[in-house]
Design a protein around this ligand. Structure first.
Ligand code: PLP
Length: 323
């Protein structure tokens, strides 16, 4: 049966986040809670996926296949969307078979899994990579890793409208900037498109500078036919992608307790911590009103919970967790 597009108009609340270091600096922060979009399909990944699903429906595909690691938020959102809206999903996974909370969810959500090994996964950029998978799974539409590309960015444009619509409920007539964690920069590029220069967008980099986010955003904006402007990037990765240190772990647990908003250490806590550092350094003026996009990813935190707790007891360790 060909895939049909869900008749679904998700919403995410815009909520004030009160934290002592914000109050002390006279900075107001509101969070667009994409983690609350849906119990199954959470975070920014749905918005990057939706335009690809439209393409799959137009192409008459019966299912969708994509790539990711054993903790992938992207594969999780894809599997969840497949379950929720009734289409088949195939996940091509990095490395050797692993048993993680994410992998167990993917299986429970009905995703078929193929483990590519590390070498096999590295071949994903080769031009004929999808040709062989399409030969094996002719009914499945391929979606790039993470739901990237201009369609993925276009799917995130609407989020700016969601912020604007909800400002009156906060008693705000405007805001000074939009903050978002950046991995590939696809979501960031979508926000820049949605803002159209009205407010600056700050991308808190969850990956090192040499991962090419700047080039990627520039290319997406060029493809969309708009100027490479309206945003800036800040290093928020604290030594590497998915690298977790004791200070970050302590900050995350404290912010959760104080602000009542769940975070995860790979993207959202690092973005919030980078904001804290900017506030502390006096680079955010008193009276500023900022909006932070909560990009979800909480499912990936389960595998890290013990490490977060351990790190807050022993302060001299840092660990790497591959996403
Ligand atoms: C994937 C992801 C991001 C990064 O999104 P990009 O569009 O790749 O920059 C940010 N936060 C979370 C929780 C994610 O899962």
């Amino acid at each position: 049966m060909p895939l049909t597009l869900p008749d679904w108009a998700p919403r995410a609340p815009l909520e004030p986040l009160r934290l002592s270091w914000l109050d002390e600096a006279g900075v107001a922060l509101a969070v667009l809670r994409l983690d609350l979009v849906d119990p199954l399909v959470s975070g920014n990944k749905w918005f990057k996926l939706a335009p690809w699903l439209s393409r799959a429906a137009e192409a008459g595909a019966e299912g969708v296949m994509s790539l990711g690691g054993a903790h992938s938020n992207h594969l999780h959102a894809l599997a969840a969307a497949g379950r929720r809206f009734g289409f088949a999903t195939l996940g091509l996974l990095r490395g050797d078979p692993q048993d993680t909370p994410t992998v167990r969810d993917l299986q429970a959500l009905g995703m078929e899994l193929q483990w590519l090994g590390y070498g096999g996964y590295r071949r994903r950029h080769e031009p004929d990579f999808w040709v062989s998978w399409q030969r094996r799974y002719p009914r499945f539409q391929p979606v790039p890793e993470g739901g990237g590309g201009l369609p993925g960015a276009q799917g995130c444009r609407q989020l700016v409208g969601w912020v604007r619509e909800q400002l009156p409920a906060l008693g705000w007539d405007d805001y000074h900037g939009l903050w978002v964690a950046a991995g590939t920069g696809t979501t960031l590029a979508g926000l820049v498109l949605g803002e159209g220069g009205r407010h600056p967008v700050l991308g808190a980099l969850a990956v090192p500078r040499d991962h090419g986010v700047q080039e990627q955003v520039r290319a997406l904006l060029a493809e969309a036919g708009v100027a490479d402007a309206g945003y800036s990037l800040l290093d928020a990765c604290r030594g590497g992608f998915a690298r977790i240190d004791a200070e970050l772990a302590g900050f995350l647990l404290q912010a959760e307790r104080e602000g009542g908003v769940p975070l995860e250490p790979v993207y959202t806590a690092k973005a919030l911590m980078a904001l804290r550092d900017e506030v502390r350094a006096g680079r955010i003026a008193a009276g500023s009103r900022l909006v932070l996009l909560h990009t979800g990813g909480l499912q990936g935190r389960r595998a890290l919970q013990a490490e977060l707790e351990r790190l807050t007891n022993y302060t001299d360790r840092a660990v790497d967790v591959q996403g």
